[in-house]
Design a protein. Structure first.
Length: 398
């Protein structure tokens, strides 16, 4: 083939690659037949940008891989329940709804509110009674003091009056404490107002209804009760979770455990977003091996600020490690596909090129690991390999 005809053919090949079409190739030679060398003179190689470089041996990090499943972050998940027994009369939130901290998730009616208000009234009455008794004891003490000054009362009578006053004042303090406790029980524990307002019939504004509030911002994951449900104290009613972070439960092989440590960084991929990597960090290693699979559960904290990751997704995890292994690498452009096999073109001392089948491994940063079929230092076509492949196929057609 002349230089001008080879240039014309190369241009047709590049045009076909841009348009997605492929030149029709003739039947490949038998597997036992050695590949014929391709001859391209130095001037043509320069014009077409064909470059040769030795296959590079380098060190590649040896990450530990595992699989796992995403779960709710239990440290940021709340099973919100009722503080007392009662009946749900309103539940304005929906599944999947984002709620704010302190937002009302449900309203419940309970007879304990009426009991608490009755106890509050009794505490107020008891405080008033003790204050009256204390005022009476103070007047008795003052009168006794005047009589003592006039020598009309004894020292014993004065001491008795003082004791009676101190006892009455102590009773007032106890009654004040009981009243404060009743008020806190109503306003903070039951979360209802001290004063009973008008009953409008609307559960959302009824002063006797006990609200169930979100303890923190999150998303409603479960509704475990509905309007009309009777719930007991501490029974969960709504489950909310902060999905800005998730847990990933990874199953790590026993042989890899020596390379796993707390605080270690991990890279996570999921099937839904194969081109994206999500960062994570190991925060807990399990205590018991699975006797069947010989794996250990490792908990990973995963950032999910974008909300793309969902609980129960399966994921692949790659743990960054300190170890490395020697590998042979070539640029991705050096790898060509021929008859379903990966090949590279090597240069011989006489300047000819021959395709050599190779086994490929991991790909990263535009380079490919060669796991078999190539030795370090072998001259390999790193640019323009597609043109040599086309020249080889053209020669087979001729």
């Amino acid at each position: 083939m002349t230089y001008s005809s080879f240039l014309a053919f190369a241009a047709l090949v590049l045009l076909a690659a841009c348009t997605g079409s492929k030149p029709e190739a003739a039947a490949a030679p038998a597997a036992a037949e050695p590949a014929k060398p391709v001859t391209v003179d130095a001037k043509t190689r320069q014009q077409l940008g064909i470059e040769v470089a030795p296959a590079e041996e380098t060190s590649l990090a040896a990450p530990v891989s595992a699989t796992g499943q995403l779960q709710l972050n239990e440290d940021r998940t709340w099973k919100v329940g009722a503080v007392i027994e009662g009946r749900i009369v309103a539940m304005p939130i929906k599944l999947g709804e984002r709620v704010a901290g302190g937002q009302v998730l449900a309203q419940m009616h309970s007879h304990m509110v009426h009991d608490a208000r009755a106890t509050l009234q009794q505490a107020r009455a008891e405080l008033d009674r003790n204050r009256v008794l204390a005022e009476q004891a103070r007047r008795v003490r003052d009168r006794t003091q005047r009589l003592l000054d006039l020598k009309a009362a004894s020292r014993e009578q004065m001491e008795a009056a003082e004791t009676q006053l101190r006892s009455a004042e102590m009773s007032v303090q106890n009654a004040e404490a009981e009243l404060k406790k009743s008020e806190i029980h109503i306003t903070e524990f039951l979360d209802v107002p001290l004063k009973v307002g008008p009953h409008t019939g609307d559960p959302a504004t009824d002063p006797d209804n006990v609200p169930i509030r979100a303890p923190a911002p999150g998303v409603v994951m479960e509704r475990l009760a509905n309007v009309g449900s009777v719930v007991s104290a501490a029974a969960p009613v709504v489950v909310i979770s902060d999905l800005s972070s998730l847990w990933l439960i990874a199953a790590v092989n026993e042989a890899d455990l020596r390379q796993i440590r707390q605080g270690q960084s991990v890279a996570i991929t999921v099937r839904a977003y194969p081109d994206r990597t999500f960062p994570g960090r190991v925060f807990q290693l399990g205590e018991h091996m699975d006797p069947q699979t010989r794996t250990l559960q490792v908990r990973v904290l995963v950032s999910n600020t974008g909300g793309l990751l969902k609980p129960d997704m399966f994921a692949n995890i790659e743990f960054s490690t300190q170890g490395s292994r020697p590998v042979i690498q070539v640029p991705e452009a050096a790898i060509q596909d021929m008859e379903g096999k990966s090949v590279v073109f090597i240069q011989h001392p006489d300047g000819t090129f021959t395709p050599v089948p190779v086994s490929v491994g991991t790909r990263s940063a535009g380079r490919v690991e060669i796991t078999g079929g190539l030795k370090a230092g072998t001259p390999v076509v790193v640019k323009g390999a597609v043109l040599l492949k086309s020249q080889l196929l053209k020669g087979e057609e001729d």
